[in-house]
Design a binder for this molecule. Sequence first.
Ligand code: MLC
Ligand code: AMP
Length: 513
Amino acid sequence: MNNQNLFVALRDAFPADLGRTAVETDDGLVYSWGDLDRATAMMANLLDSLELPAASRIAVQVEKSVEAMVLYLATLRAGHVFLPLNTAYQSGEIEYFIGNAEPAVVVCSPKNFGWVSQIAFKAGTKHVFTLGEDRSGSLLERAAHHGDQHTPALRQDDDLAAILYTSGTTGRSKGAILTHGNMRSNAVMLRAYWQWQPDDVLIHALPIFHVHGLFVAIHGALINGSKMIWLSRFDPKQAIARFPEATVFMGVPTLYVRMLAEPTLTPAQAAHMRLFISGSAPLLIETFNDWQTRTGHTILERYGMSETVMLTSNPCGPDPRYGGATERRGGTVGFPLPGVTLRVMEDGGREVAPGEIGGIQVNGPNVFKGYWRMPEKTAEEFTADGFFKTGDVGRVDERGYVTIVGRSKDLIISGGYNVYPAEIESAINDMPGVMESAVVGVPHPDFGEVGVAVIIPRPGATVDPDQVIAALKSQLANFKIPKRCIVVDELPRNTMGKVQKNLLREQYKDAFA
Ligand code: MLC
Ligand code: AMP
């Protein structure tokens, strides 16, 4: 039987000369393709030696490193399910993910071993390893005792490969289940659509615990046998300095905004680059235009989600499906990708006329299989005819370009990270002296959008905004913390008594102007 394991597709694309450089890090380390092959084999052999049930979850909260990527690839290779966790998550958040996913293995930073292992062992996890950004920790020590040959586990398209937690409008986070087929189909299609070239070199500047950095960027380079210049954290000066050695860059809009603030960003510096890709959050038209002026390159904006990997993209070359269109239109996210069906629906369930606004629904081989152990939530998010309701609101113009105009889900996207107001409000509402709160997203010059918390105290109580922020910092990932906290006497409400968040957004829209 044909092995449909995603790792096999990636491994098959490695260049014949395994001695060539696959990854070069910002601290000067060089990994060949052979190194990646052997390192993933050793780690997969370590996982095999644990005799885990098939499709065990491997939960990972570690700093960005090439070894962390190797752990992802080894998890696929061994046929298990990768569960990446943002390094900003605090203990309460980690406890929920581990409790919900019941991972067989947890890998954490050495400095967090004490509290993470306590949570993991309590939840029934059998193995907790550590992995530091400097190649320290028990994971590599143990892997070093294993052989560097490994036959990839046999997997079919519908088998689970990864779980990505994404929050909902209400309630707790849901684990989106992505299969080997979801990710391989998307990677293969993007290789063609973005016209990856034999000599392409990718600057990898994003975190590797979300779709953008982990899947779009890593799969993109590996499935084309392309070298990566690996930046352990994003620094605009350093990224620009590497442009002459590279051809492809992927970033969230904040990365482009920060690079535009650097005087070293010039057409000459960017002359060797082929493609700049932006996604995960709306790219402002000013950023799109400024980038063109400052570098001579037109950013290609695309749109995706944890549940679907990539859905739409502006064209890289002529798109025959759209009359050979080549224009990358600022403010749009381009065309549905080959294989993706995208429709815009009105509330009553009818498709809108071209140019009209409605809810975006999608289907295709890239769309996830559902939420981990949440059949009701899964059923709610799919239509009877199998389309996934993205929660994004948009329109498709007569030429086929998709524009996202808003979201029906109450979501703030801050610097490319999702923040769900309900989670923050619930933490604030539990604080002494607080009667009620509302968190809304407002424009921010660096992060695009940030949260502002508006709080009503209980009668007779006083609420100190600084204390609210300090208390939130001890409970939640730092990017979720509202950038401002305002105490008021009342919140605007409609006749049903519901807080009118649109009025709050309007009232505080210039808070960071
Ligand atoms: C950091 N901070 C943020 C933040 N990132 N605040 C709001 N939003 C963010 N995104 C705050 C911290 O809380 C901290 O505040 C201060 O900034 C410094 O923290 P830092 O970690 O040093 O920040 P920095 O390194 O500058 O990080 C900024 C960033 C990072 C833009 C580089 O946020 C980032 O890498 N974003 C990319 C996210 C991403 O990959 N998204 C893809 C999702 S996939 P304090 O007060 O504590 O000092 C997806 C699907 C798709 O959406 O389509 O791709
Ligand atoms: P996540 O759940 O983290 O994968 O975030 C997915 C969400 O990010 C989508 O539902 C969109 O709301 C948003 N998103 C991704 N790409 C874009 C884009 N290019 N423009 C606007 N929003 C985007």
